[in-house]
Design a protein around this ligand. Structure first.
Ligand code: PLP
Length: 392
């Protein structure tokens, strides 16, 4: 039996996997068992920001596993403390809680908001069309799209679906009962859609009027991917709570909630917790990753190479106006909307040895490692134009 057949026999059918066995990762490339090199333009779905096998991450992990791998959150753990210090220093937030994943960070943020609001009787949480916040029941209650939600009802109470980028709808739905608004400043799963400045302005004036919490989901867009530390840094705004994950652990599972002064005293001993969250090996890898992103020019690279990529794609769009309808995104979080299902293009790009991702059926999502150069962008563009030119 080959691997595909073994996988089919063993697993619940939740993932459509690529028929490609990877032997090794090296920088921006993945090398398959049969020795082929593939340019990785989705980096483990926005996780491997420093590419594969980064020496600083390997060194940090190796050093930490030689000390201890797990102690539990009953202990003080230096890697956790150092990563927390770095994150709070970079972002200006007051407190942090480490989780294992993005969805768990979102669950914790919902709990933090509920506990903050229950003393004031605020109840309603607003999320938006196109939103994706995770797959556990709380985060799923704030996630749009039938494919993710169907059959899992009932969801959390007092949750309202607002229309993304529709200020009028927002004004109609926000009032004194509003507890929190949960927002991706650039939506990932829905096809890389940016929040408009007008929408952000409306949100800000409503927030100062009604004093609800703004929760930013920066799980996909955060930690330098867009060329700024957070996607919301493109707007003059400071959310009350931010959730992060994906690249935070340098490839190991790690998420976090960051909270402003306003919510800093809500959680007290015993009211929230996790066994594995903030694992010391993941935190050590995270410390190496964030240090590199912020202090070694990685974020600047994401902005510069991202701008170059976007310019090149706009040229490609001009060459293929009947296939490409839009190019969106910031830094190295780019969406290419096409006028057909993109699965076939993903398959054809694999034949060109380039790995890309398709989201929301017709949007090609590019999330390459932040260390990518214009050379790799040129390779992607050539391959992409090759594939597009064969479509009739
Ligand atoms: N929020 C956003 C914006 C995401 O992109 C994701 C994952 O894709 C999540 C939340 C959930 O994170 P995780 O898969 O780590 O639970």
């Amino acid at each position: 039996m080959n691997l595909v057949e073994r996988e089919e026999r063993l697993f619940f059918r939740t993932y459509k996997r690529l028929d490609l066995e990877i032997e090794k990762g090296e920088g921006c490339f993945l090398i398959s068992k049969d020795g082929n090199r593939y340019l990785d333009f989705f980096s483990g779905l926005a996780v491997n920001s420093l590419g594969h096998s980064h020496p600083k991450i390997i060194e940090a992990i190796t050093n930490q596993i030689n000390r201890y791998i797990h102690l539990s959150n009953i202990f003080l753990q230096r890697p956790q403390i150092e990563l927390a210090e770095l994150l709070l220093e970079i972002t200006g937030y007051s407190k942090v809680f480490f989780s294992n994943s993005g969805t768990e960070a979102m669950e914790g943020a919902i709990k933090l908001a509920r506990k903050w609001g229950n003393s004031k009787n605020n109840k309603e949480i607003i999320y938006f069309s196109g939103a994706f916040h995770g797959r556990t029941m709380g985060a799923l209650s704030l996630t749009d799209r039938e494919i993710f939600r169907s059959g899992y009802e009932p969801f959390l109470h007092d949750v309202i679906r607002g229309e993304y980028n529709n200020p009028t709808h927002l004004i109609e739905n926000v009032n004194e009962n509003t507890l929190a608004v949960v927002l991706e400043f650039i939506q990932g799963e829905s096809g890389v859609r940016e929040t408009s400045q007008l929408f952000v302005n409306t949100l800000e004036s409503l927030r100062s009027k009604y004093n609800f919490l703004l929760i930013a989901d920066e799980i996909q867009s955060g930690l330098g991917r867009t060329g700024k530390f957070f996607a919301f840094n493109y707007h003059n705004i400071k959310p009350d709570i931010v959730v992060i994950a994906k690249p935070l652990g340098g490839g190991l599972p790690l998420g976090a909630i960051l909270g402003s002064e306003k919510v800093s005293k809500v959680f007290t001993y015993g009211v929230h917790g996790t066994t594995f969250g903030g694992n010391p090996v993941a935190c050590a890898a995270g410390l190496a990753t964030i240090n590199e992103i912020v202090n070694q020019g990685i974020m600047k690279n994401a902005k510069e190479v991202g701008d170059y990529l976007k310019d090149k794609l706009i040229e490609t769009k001009i060459k293929f106006p009947n296939i490409i309808s839009d190019i969106r995104g910031k830094g190295l979080m780019i969406g290419i909307e096409i006028n057909r299902d993109c699965e076939m293009i993903v398959a054809d790009m694999i034949k060109q040895h380039v790995l890309i991702n398709c989201t929301n059926n017709n949007v090609i999502r590019l999330l390459p490692p932040l260390i990518i150069s214009s050379y790799e962008v040129d390779y992607l563009i050539n391959s992409f134009e090759n594939v597009l030119s064969k479509i009739t």
